[in-house]
Every structure is written in C-alpha cells, then in structure tokens.
Design a protein around this ligand. Structure first.
Ligand code: SAM
Length: 262
C-alpha cells in the first residue's frame, strides 16, 4: 500500500500537487505535520510513501529511495555529441534514418533509452513511452517535466517524450497497423547483468514478465520499419522470440535483436 505526503516545509503548490496525485492514483494524501517518513508508514500501515519535494518526487520504498535522474542518458548523449555512435540507435536504423520518426518504447523504466531515442528522432520526431507500473510511470513522467538539465539537447529530448501508464500488450492492440516507425522492447533481463547498478532501484517495482509471442506479433503489425529488442548478449530470449539479426559489439554485454519489416 502507498500514501503520498510532502516535505515538512510545505507550500500550497506542493500540497496541491500531492493532493492531485493522490486523486489520480486513488491513494490517501497524508498531511506531513512534521512527522518522519517511518512514522507515517507506521501510522498509515503502509510500506511505500511518495514524498512531494520542491524539485522532484521521491518514492520511499522498503528497500530505499527511488527518484528520476537522467544520469545514463546524459553520459550517452555526451558521447553522441562527441561523434560516437550509440548501439541502440544503430540497431534502430541509425541517426539519419531516425530523423523525424516515431518510436514506441514499450518498456520505459527510467527513460534513459527513451531520452536517447528522442534525441535520435530530433524535435520533429516523437517518442511515446509505456510503463505498466503506476509509481515508476509517475516519477518518470514528473521527472521528465521538472528535472532541469543544463544541456539544451537533453531538455529538448526529455520534453519530447509522452509517458503513458499502460501495459504494452493492451496498448499495441489498440493501435492501427504501421502506426509507429520503430517499436522498442527492453524488458527486465531474464538474467540481470551484475554491473547494471543503474537499474537496481527499479527492480523493486518493475514488471518482470518476459515479452510474449502475442506482444511481438502485435508489434510486427503496429511497427512500420523495425522492432528492436534489448537483452543480455548471452540470452536465449533472442532465439525464443525469433530474432536472427543481432546488433552490438562481439564482446558487448548487451545485444539488440532486430526485425526488419520491409
Ligand atoms: C529494463 S526496464 C527498462 C529500462 C529502460 N529502457 C531505461 O532506459 O531506463 C523495463 C521496464 O519495463 C516495464 N515493463 C515490463 N513489462 C511491461 C509491460 N508489459 N508494459 C509496460 N511496461 C512494462 C518494467 O516495469 C520496467 O520499468
């Protein structure tokens, strides 16, 4: 169970924001009243508290805090700006192809890949990110809007992502044929990489299901050019799902399976 509160030095804006989120998520709003978060958990008999802070939303989970930060995307964007290539963008067709395209990111998570996709398609392209967990969707949607990067390209890429809290299978079923240029899947790996620490906070809440054949078939109908699927390079998921074209360096820990549709 989850409740929402604010920082101790609450303003009317923060209080209104917390009350609006409480309404949207149908969860109780708790007045902070100078209480510690552990005290609120005890008083409300919950294990998770959303705290509305001045600059961000923080999820206080039983295993620690979780909040949005575009750290990995920042590093990748810096490399791209220095002329390096990004393996995910290459798997999606390369930067020239991606200009002005629409990408459906079925597994948004912390939105690092979506930010890079958004940079790849440019300001006239579009990225829609789906996240099934309502708490992850909430903090990432809010973070993409409120985090203030010093870098204009990062800000513009973040602004051009639409976050939808929905399961990708149900979303795909609602879409017309060929309605996105590229569809991207990055499910939680069947065997996590031990050094992918950036995803550690996400593991507490993330949906761990594997991609089904049904979802992949829907994606083949909805995508116009390409489906890209990210996994541990040693994963058997590539062959289970029928990906024969695999991109990524020979020794890279992560590979991208690609299905070209025309
Ligand atoms: C490995 S993470 C994605 C990381 C992301 N690519 C990034 O750059 O931060 C997978 C995310 O997909 C979400 N997810 C898993 N199954 C989903 C589904 N059926 N529909 C929508 N989101 C899903 C999980 O909750 C998790 O947040």
């Amino acid at each position: 169970m989850t409740v929402i509160t604010t920082i101790r030095k609450v303003t009317i804006d923060l209080e209104n924001k917390a009350k609006q989120i409480a309404k949207d998520l149908s969860i109780p709003y708790v007045t902070r009243n100078n209480l510690g978060i552990d005290k609120i958990k005890q008083q409300e008999n919950v294990d998770t508290v959303i705290v509305v802070k001045k600059d961000k939303l923080v999820l206080d989970l039983p295993t620690g805090e979780m909040f949005f930060h575009p750290n990995m995307a920042q590093v990748r964007m810096k490399r791209l700006r220095c002329g390096d290539i990004d393996n995910m963008l290459e798997a999606m067709g390369g930067r020239e192809f991606l200009q002005n395209k629409t990408i459906l990111d079925c597994t948004l998570g912390f939105a690092s890949d979506a930010i890079i996709s958004s940079y790849g398609v440019g300001p006239k392209g579009k990225v829609i990110g789906l996240e099934v967990n309502p708490l992850i969707a909430l903090i990432v949607k809010d973070g993409l809007k409120t985090y203030l990067p010093t870098n204009y390209d990062l800000k513009s890429a973040m602004d051009n992502i639409t976050v939808i809290n929905q399961d990708y299978l149900s979303f795909l079923k609602e879409q017309a044929d060929n309605s996105f240029d590229v569809i991207y899947f990055d499910p939680m790996f069947r065997h996590a990489l031990t050094d992918s620490k950036s995803l550690n906070p996400l593991r507490q809440l993330a949906d761990m299901r594997a991609v089904s054949h049904e979802a992949l078939n829907e994606a083949k109908r909805v995508a116009k050019y390409r489906i890209v699927f990210k996994e541990n390079s040693r994963s058997l998921e590539f062959s289970r799902l029928g990906f024969t074209k695999i991109c990524g360096g020979k020794y890279a820990p992560i590979h991208y399976g690609v299905i070209d549709l025309n």
